[in-house]
Design a protein around this ligand. Structure first.
Ligand code: AG3
Length: 285
């Protein structure tokens, strides 16, 4: 049989990003495909974005673009807090944000609380470049429900980073005011909450929910944004709640060797394109 310019095996992974939009990636190998106690996890190698981790059908990490997301989630807060020595990461079991947070000498301890220990293990097994911070001496890893953890830790953290999946099933509560109010109590007097808040195009309903729910407790809520190629629409938002602290000004030089975040990005990520500014003004009205 002569096969020219055509593959005999044509394997694809599809994420149904919305009811009307899909992302297809050609797969070269499937490394893990199983149900955990909480969700379905897939690890596969793709031609375009390298290795990917998928939870319940939604891409969480690709080797090629994870830095865009992890750097924004970690460094905007770490650089704008005057003394970010105690940090809590909610979710984020893959360790990507933790890898960024441990780059700061000023850090004392970082606690990562993820409900699913199998995500932590999958990252250790298949994503050494992402999970490499998990064994850092300043890191404490707790496989448990963060909503339970947080109510027993009042007034403890300088920065809390919520690296959730899309807010469905067990993660839905992470976009609700009762959780944000527990986070508020868990922050020290000057503190910052950063949460991933989806795409303003594909999921503006969720972005709005996070913003308005956060506003019920945090007087000051700030929206910033960045590129994230493999997440729905490629434009991603991050919402920051400030407890007597404004995150817009960066106070320290970021670690060297970053691939996305910089002082200039910090300055500009709070500048919203007009359509987004308009949406936020409507929320505030
Ligand atoms: N957590 C946010 C992923 C959201 C992606 N949504 C989607 N693909 N529909 C990422 C975890 C990385 N540490």
């Amino acid at each position: 049989m002569e096969v020219i310019g055509r593959r005999i095996t044509d394997l694809w992974f599809t994420e149904c990003q919305t009811e009307n939009m899909k992302l297809d990636l050609r797969i070269s190998n499937i490394l893990l495909n199983k149900d955990t106690e909480y969700q379905h996890i897939v690890v596969a190698d793709t031609e375009e974005y390298g290795r990917i981790m998928v939870l319940d059908g939604a891409i969480q990490i690709t080797e090629r673009d994870e830095f865009c997301y992890h750097e924004m989630m970690a460094h905007v807060a770490m650089c704008s807090h005057p003394e970010p020595s105690r940090v809590l990461i909610v979710g984020g079991g893959d360790g990507g944000i933790l890898r960024e947070v441990v780059k700061y000498d000023i850090l004392d301890t970082v606690t990562l609380v993820d409900i699913d220990k199998e995500v932590i293990q999958a990252s250790r097994d298949f994503f050494p470049g992402v999970s490499c911070g998990l064994d850092h001496p300043k890191a404490e890893i707790l496989p448990m429900d963060a909503m339970e953890f947080i109510i027993n830790h009042e007034n403890q953290f300088d920065v809390i980073i919520v690296d959730s999946t899309d807010p469905v099933d067990f993660a839905a509560g992470l976009f609700q005011s009762s959780f944000y109010s527990d986070v508020f109590k868990s922050l020290k007097n000057q503190g910052l909450l950063v949460a991933q808040t989806e795409s303003p195009f594909a999921e503006s309903r969720l972005m709005k929910q996070a913003y308005l729910e956060m506003k019920k407790t945090f007087k000051d809520v700030y929206l910033c944004w960045g590129a994230m190629p493999t997440y729905p629409t490629g434009m991603w938002t991050y919402t920051i709640g400030g407890k007597n602290l404004n995150p817009k000004t960066s106070l320290r030089t970021p670690p060297t060797g970053l691939k996305y975040y910089s002082e200039a990005i910090h300055k500009h990520c709070f500048t919203l394109p007009a359509f987004l500014q308009e949406i936020i003004e409507q929320y505030n009205a």
